[in-house]
Design a protein. Structure first.
Length: 202
């Protein structure tokens, strides 16, 4: 793997992927982010087996495609503090060297085959909702969701999202309080229901 890219865009991609990495786990691979460089794109992924995030951006300088799995707690500070406009990633064996403007960082890549990939979802049948309306619905329902991490109550520790023909219904409850908000959809799709973890909504 060998490529160069804008430092600011890499920092943004790593930050988004890092939001889904595990904070406490017995599987170290879940604390890392995965970078996939292929087909003129750079994909950053984070996955803690509960929340998965996939961030794609166009690449303009790929010399060699490849994959690496790196610790964001070491990569992010380097991307933030390095003063170069562009950074270069070079893979050599199990190591990935990041260079830019005279600075250099060497990281050991984990086994990419053991990382739980976040799939590229088919967007042919999607709904669309106003961002402000969705944020308001989450803010009103989230206080009603249970904050405990007890496995027996997992079903009430997140928010229920139900896409109906009448709109998007957001529900939060801890079995004592109940919050329900109906949002108008900008674009409708086939009805579906899903439980979104609290951490994703926060």
């Amino acid at each position: 793997m060998r490529f160069s890219h804008q430092r600011s865009q890499l920092l943004a991609a790593v930050a988004v992927a890092d939001s889904a990495t595990a904070q406490r786990t017995t599987n170290p691979i879940l604390t890392c982010i995965k970078l996939v460089v292929a087909e003129r794109k750079i994909v950053a992924m984070g996955n803690d087996n509960e929340i998965g995030v996939r961030y794609e951006m166009d690449a303009d300088d790929i010399e060699m495609e490849g994959v690496c799995v790196l610790p964001p707690e070491k990569l992010s500070p380097f991307l933030r503090d390095c003063h170069g406009e562009r950074l270069t990633f070079r893979e050599s064996g199990d190591s990935v060297n990041v260079t830019g403007n005279g600075a250099k960082l060497s990281l050991t890549s984990q086994d990419a085959a053991t990382f739980p990939d976040v799939p590229n979802l088919d967007a042919t049948d999607t709904c669309e909702v106003n961002r402000v309306a969705l944020a308001d619905a989450i803010a009103r329902c989230l206080p009603c969701a249970d904050k405990t991490e007890a496995s027996a109550r997992w079903a009430v520790t997140g928010l229920l999202f139900e896409v109906a023909k009448t709109g998007l219904i957001v529900v939060g409850t801890d079995t004592r309080r109940l919050g329900v908000v109906n949002c108008e959809l900008v674009r409708t799709c086939e009805p579906t229901t899903g439980l979104i973890p609290r951490r994703t909504c926060e």
